[in-house]
Design a binder for this molecule. Sequence first.
Ligand code: PGA
Length: 234
Amino acid sequence: MKNVFVVANWKMNPSTVKEAEGLFQEVEKFKKENCQVVICPPSPFLYLGKKSVLGSQDCFFEKKGAFTGEVSPSMLKSMGCLYVILGHSERRRFFKEENEDINRKIKGSIAAGLTPILCVGEDDSSDASTKIKNQITEGLKGVPLKKVIIAYEPLSAIGTGKPYDINLAAKRRVFIRSILSKIDSKNQDIPVLYGGSVNEKNCKKYIEEAQFEGLLVGGASLKPEKFKKILENL
Ligand code: PGA
């Protein structure tokens, strides 16, 4: 099997330290050759993932200062994070994050030594090509391509139990690659992941048929048995 990323996005779950401890204990038993598992818990639980490769679900772009409630990229780095998910559709939707904000966060993360995972994807009401193109070109403005990972997540598939059609996903991947090659034709090794209702049954298809370099897993990453099966079935 080719090298793939499997990024677990726990979102705002679970509710308590005790539950998070239990979840970490389970997922830290799972290993899979050629597979880089990245666990992205809520920030207060990062310290529990001592044996995990860790990612954050967001960060602010400033290094420190009077920004009540925010968490800086260097704080995350010092907690052991290597990755940070940025521009997730839930952040765009509920917290009104724009491509320009996400671009600043990407730059701040790279400066702190984190690898940003930029989420892009269309909703049903938008023209997919324009939306994705803008999210990538504006999100990555002035950013060295080799420092980032892209995650394609169509909104209709996120948390709905309705995984996106494999052939359409494959087309979107090719489209994303074409945009990336226009930005920098020399750095085409960056991984493009798929996310949206990934489960143990469809996971392999997104890697083998649609040719993605990894998966961003939400709901199924909170159920150790399901998450284990995803890794086994890849
Ligand atoms: P889902 O979430 O796997 O529950 O659809 C994916 C995500 O939002 O990253």
